[in-house]
Design a binder for this molecule. Structure first.
Ligand code: ADP
Ligand code: MG
Length: 255
């Protein structure tokens, strides 16, 4: 990346839940136009970190700047200018996708063209369906669409592919790449190593509230290889997932 403009800056972020320190003074920057990943096991502190930046959760201490705005000074400006996944299931069971988009557009005070938005996430043929009638992958694509309603510079995705089948995951990766290509910065959490490796430009590996490594996946892998590390087993040229996708057809869309 040539332009390395910091769009998010996190310094010495701490989050205590009572006596328990869930986030232990972490610092990182996210550059404009990248897909930045917080990778780590359950309980690492990924969602806590994301929700604090999204202004949805209070921090204990530390400094956060989002697109030039200090979170301590003007959280509502940050909230207006970022894309967060909105809860759709359960809340409005009788509304279809078009109606939901109009409702959320109203909340942001933004004119949105629902069909244009549904086109971006490949859900035009579900425009008149209710969210409970969507498959897991379609629900996640719709949830990603809701992050785009206020035309944000940055979107936040918390474990967007958890529980999805391989095709639905790959569809979602393609969608996230398209959103980035259109100029939006993406910050994503995941506990899937392969997802972080394939999707993210840079990754912060989190474990027990700390960032233990921050770099591009390629650099991390190269560094490890340079230490003389070798995989114990012969690496196969394809995985069982590849076999399955080959058998069922890569272009198959999740129903
Ligand atoms: P991750 O998203 O990486 O799985 P979380 O940020 O959800 O991690 O949680 C980090 C740690 O903080 C976990 O040990 C979790 O149990 C704890 N935690 C999260 N939310 C709360 C809360 N509201 N109250 C107390 N502890 C919490
Ligand atoms: Mg989480």
């Amino acid at each position: 990346m040539l332009m390395q403009h910091k769009i998010i800056s996190v310094k010495n972020l701490v989050k205590n839940y009572g006596d328990f320190q869930a986030v232990k003074s972490i610092s990182f920057d996210v550059y404009e136009g990248e897909i930045f990943g917080l990778l780590g096991p359950n309980g690492a502190g990924k969602s806590t970190t994301l929700e604090i930046i999204e202004t949805l959760r209070d921090k204990t201490s530390g400094q956060i700047i989002v697109d030039g705005i200090d979170l301590d000074k003007d959280p509502s400006s940050i909230k207006k200018n970022i894309g967060v996944q909105l809860q759709t299931s359960g809340f409005y069971p009788s509304l279809n996708l078009i109606e939901l988009i109009k409702l959320f557009g109203g909340l942001y005070n933004k004119e949105v063209d629902p069909i244009e938005l549904l086109k971006k996430v490949n859900l035009v043929d579900k425009a008149k369906s209710k969210s409970k009638e969507l498959s897991g992958g379609q629900k996640q694509r719709f949830s990603i669409a809701t992050t785009l309603i206020n035309q944000p510079k940055i979107i936040f995705l918390d474990e967007p592919t958890t529980g999805l089948d391989p095709q639905a995951r790959r569809n979602l990766w393609d969608l996230i790449r398209e959103i980035r290509s259109a100029g939006t910065t993406v910050i994503i959490t995941t506990h899937y190593m392969d997802e972080a490796e394939q999707l993210c430009d840079r990754i912060a590996i989190m474990d027990q509230g700390k960032i233990i490594k921050l770099d591009s996946p390629d650099k991390m892998i190269d560094e490890l290889v340079e230490t003389g590390f070798e995989r114990p087993k012969q690496v196969k040229a394809a995985s069982l997932e590849d076999v399955f996708i080959h058998l069922t057809g890569r272009e198959m869309r999740d129903e």
